[in-house]
Design a protein around this ligand. Sequence first.
Ligand code: NAD
Length: 433
Amino acid sequence: MNICVIGTGYVGLVTGTCFAEFGLHVTCVDNDREKIALLSRGISPIFEPGLEEMIKKNLREGRLIFTTEIDKAIENSLVIFIAVGTPSKKDGSVDMTYIDEVAKSIGENLNGYKVIATKSTVPVGTGERIRKVIQQYSKGKKVSFDIVSNPEFLREGSAIEDFMRPNRVVVGADSEQAIAIMKDLYRPLYLIETPFVITNVETAEMIKYASNAFLATKISFINEIANICERVGADVNVVAKGMGLDQRIGPKFLHAGPGYGGSCFPKDTLAIAKIAEKHGYRFEIVRAVMKVNQRQKELMVAKIKKAVGVLKGKTLGVLGLSFKPNTDDMREAPSITIIQALQREGAKIKAYDPQAMEAAKKIFKNIEYGRDAYEVAKGSDALIIVTEWNQFRNLDLKRLKNIMKTPIFLDLRNIYDPEKMKEMGFKYYGVGR
Ligand code: NAD
């Protein structure tokens, strides 16, 4: 089967490459010429473990091609995935420009029956919107098509594994033919007994927002518990463990830290609050979740100030810049708010991230980048772990203590043992313990 994926970002590139790995013929389309030129040479524009190797293999075996020619890609495909960005507008609502542009192109190039499957996270009602735009631009052509919502749940950093072994696949459609084609596409996942949720388009669209809003809620919840733990002398890591052993709660997403970031939770929580508002409902929980998340980042700055004292003239070492480990994605990373606030107070920042420094250079001014954790620690008044990359989990503490100006250690991801750190002679600060 020939399929195409329009939008070759984190989601589109992983989707297209993994479907090629399933044996389908996939055309990945993007209007960013530079990106397509790199990909055609087998170079991934993003860091995602295992992705570049899989791109190279499928290019070599002729199942994957990259192009800017959207018209031919649409003409040659039975299924067209839409995976373009859906960023927030200034008022928090979703910017539908890219979705509308793609729907227009699909309408203009429709040449036979197609399934149009949306992978992008889109407001409820977008399926209908896409249908209308396609109908408007395919005027006069006697061709039929079906609309499907197939939201994506992959996590950056483990995107391939998440695509290949998802917890579930959600397919929203009103046509039996489209559902049968989608099941055929995902046949390798059927074989490993992946649960499928087959529903209507609106429900599928809602499942994605409800899932992300719930996960963001879990994070803000444990962050508030952490803030209370700090005041009452409890340890949030142990509290989370004790909570998570209850199967009704579960252990995942109960890690206290500097607040959530990334390309999804901030924009999707904002979007679902806006969608609710548009339909006359105030989504109170999610509004609180967003407020708590903003405050959490500010509290981290206050924590650093309290530990270090006057920031003016101090040198602070920051470990980890990406919004989470195993990605180079800097979108809405907590490091941005934290570093910029520290700089405003006159602190000098030295930083290291295993993959995100190129992306970070486009965001920050006046940062000195180190080649590793030790170069950043050398001469620093404090060391701050902002993102828990594996290589920061087992640092040579003796060496760090010797090269730092003062042994102040702020562990915003709670990856070190407070007692051990104190024994080693550090002034240690975690979150909620
Ligand atoms: P991204 O910004 O990395 O990629 C979007 C791509 O679409 C870009 O390469 C851009 O050049 C391309 N594009 C825009 N308009 C185009 C057009 N008219 N024709 C061809 N290409 C076009 O975005 P992303 O992170 O991959 O997210 C895509 C969607 O998937 C969003 O709706 C997002 O919410 C959702 N999503 C993202 C993740 C994630 O972890 N990143 C997970 C699940 C869902």
